[in-house]
Ligand binder design. Structure first.
Ligand SMILES: [Zn+2]
Length: 152
């Protein structure tokens, strides 16, 4: 009698061998990373701070410049010619009157002439030449001194 050999495939209480779980280990996408594991996405490595840290307060544009209104007569240059200026005393625009006075240049010219031998009255010539004197600009109305032009 040939009895069928008992199949030993699955005996009583014999559990089929579970397939080896290697697929989860080979899984490139771990669902739940455990612990401080480095992220598997190397391309997603974000640099710490690609931009320079900016200060919280915006840069100050600059100190506040307080504009002071200083009334300066524009273009009034006191030279050796009468100029039109505004007299603050009589509050009028006048043409200055020139008064010549011996200034530094006249005295230096006198000393220079004396040094070269012109001691007999010739050294006084600079005091007679208006081109060597200082010019004092005065107001023709109130004789207020508006400016002095010094040659030295
Ligand atoms: Zn005046």
């Amino acid at each position: 009698m040939a009895s069928a050999p008992p199949l030993e495939t699955a005996g009583p209480g014999g559990y089929p061998q579970p397939p080896p779980y290697e697929e989860p280990m080979m899984n490139p996408h771990p669902q739940y990373p455990q612990g401080p594991m480095p992220p598997p996405y190397s391309y997603a490595k974000v640099p710490q701070c690609p931009y320079p840290v900016q200060s919280q307060s915006p840069p100050v544009t600059g100190p506040v410049v307080s504009v002071q209104t200083i009334y300066v007569q524009p273009g009034v240059v006191y030279g050796d010619r009468p100029v039109q200026a505004h007299c603050p005393v009589c509050a009028q625009f006048v043409v200055t009157r020139m008064d010549y006075s011996a200034g530094m240049l006249a005295w230096l010219s006198c000393v220079a002439l004396s040094f070269f031998g012109c001691i007999y009255g010739c050294c006084l010539i600079p005091f007679c030449v208006d081109g060597l004197k200082d010019v004092k600009h005065t107001c023709p109305n109130c004789n207020n001194i508006l400016g002095i032009y010094k040659r030295l």
